[in-house]
Design a protein around this ligand. Structure first.
Ligand SMILES: Nc1ncnc2c1ncn2[C@@H]1O[C@H](COP(=O)(O)OP(=O)(O)O)[C@@H](O)[C@H]1O
Ligand SMILES: [Mg+2]
Length: 371
């Protein structure tokens, strides 16, 4: 089959009479005809240039991409395919490449552009390959038009930005709606004559607040996939503290957390927060009766085994012997048990001076482990 480019057939001996048509010294596995066919039918534009930057071989895709006829390209400087403002520097780049010709992408980190016959520009990516020929080393540039890829990427980035704004708005609204529920519960509590009912409503209020806080943090941090558990628990216990401000300095509250951030997803943050809410509320409510003083310590740890450990301890009066988790008639400790199950975790209760509840749960549920 004839060579598809207007070069003399392989083996043309007289190089002087044909300065831009060198005989190619390609691999013995691939004859010159085959090489030209591969180049001709390549899906990317292929341009081979000599040391002077003269185009000695182009393929059909080059004609289509740059809108030139083949005879308008062969024998011309490659700079005609480069936007005018870059032409001046191009020859220096070319010389630099010939000094150390290695297969590599061109202009890593720079935006490269091609220039069509009518002067319009389009973004491109270029791979450079040195090819040994009898006329010396040439460079075979493989050029891809990345207009479509850039457009698709832009569309994706726009869609992502839009989703982020929407998600942010959703979290903001959820938080606002939960705040409305809190206010309604507070109002109802104000109207309730029975102090027991008032206490129940106040506790429900605390639970809703604990949930609202997760949405507040997601909104503030603008990372919707995960929450910093340490920050969340810190804010949560401050919020509980403010509900029990009547206890004054009698009860101190301390949070012990690691320097490293413990990030977990929203699905796990809510049960974990509700659980801590129940336990810290209990310590405030039950551990320091009368004028008894003491401390509540909330500790967060992350083990190397991917387990998160959260404990709530107080040095108050201690659990009454009859308070059996999950079997009592009161809601709080039953909820604690339920949240531990939701977290696929375990719960240890230490009764000593006061009480210490220690939960351990896996950071990721097996199916959700990040790859
Ligand atoms: N930190 C604590 N110190 C002492 N007693 C506690 C503590 N936590 C819970 N309790 C006891 O366990 C009981 C059950 O708690 P819970 O289920 O949360 O119900 P509630 O708080 O509504 O009474 C409480 O009534 C209280 O007697
Ligand atoms: Mg309780």
């Amino acid at each position: 089959m004839d060579a598809p480019v207007n070069l003399p057939p392989a083996g043309a001996p007289d190089r002087a009479s044909c300065p831009v048509a060198p005989m190619l010294a390609v691999s013995p596995l691939l004859g010159e005809d085959s090489f030209r066919r591969v180049v001709e039918w390549a899906p990317s534009a292929m341009v081979m240039i000599d040391l002077e930057g003269i185009m000695v071989l182009v393929n059909a895709q080059t004609e289509r991409m740059f809108d030139y006829g083949r005879d308008e390209l062969i024998g011309k400087p490659v700079e005609i395919l480069v936007p005018e403002r870059f032409r001046q520097h191009h020859s220096a780049f070319r010389t630099g490449y010939f000094n150390d010709p290695q297969p590599r992408p061109m202009g890593v980190g720079r935006d490269l552009a091609g220039c069509r016959a009518d002067g319009t520009e389009f973004p491109i990516e270029i791979g450079l390959n040195p090819i040994a020929t009898e006329a010396g080393v040439m460079v075979l540039a493989s050029i891809i038009d990345i207009t479509e890829r850039q457009r698709a990427q832009q569309r994706l980035e726009d869609a992502l930005r839009e989703k982020t704004v929407l998600l942010n708005e959703v979290h903001h609204r959820v938080k606002n709606n939960l705040q409305v529920i809190t206010s309604l519960l507070n109002l109802q509590a104000d109207f309730a004559a029975d102090p027991r009912l008032r206490a129940i409503l106040a506790e429900s209020c605390g639970r809703v607040k604990a949930m609202a806080l997760t949405h507040q943090l997601l909104y503030e941090r603008k990372d919707f996939s995960r929450l910093d558990l340490g920050d969340y628990l810190d804010r949560l216990i401050q919020s509980i503290r403010s509900s029990y401000r009547a206890t004054g300095d009698r009860i101190t509250l301390r949070m012990v957390r690691p320097d490293a951030h413990v990030q977990i997803d929203l699905e796990r943050t809510i049960p974990c927060g509700l659980l801590v809410n129940e336990l810290v509320t209990n310590s405030f409510k039950h551990a320091f009766k009368g004028e008894r003083q003491g401390e509540i310590v909330i500790q967060l740890e992350e083990g190397f085994d991917g387990m998160v450990c959260v404990s709530v301890a107080d040095n108050g009066v201690g659990l009454p012997p009859e308070s059996e988790l999950a079997h009592g008639s009161s809601l709080g400790l039953q909820l604690v048990q339920l949240f531990v199950e939701q977290l696929h975790g375990t719960l240890d209760v230490e009764r000593g001076s006061g009480v210490r509840f220690a939960m351990r749960f896996p950071k990721y549920i097996a199916a959700k482990e990040p790859s």
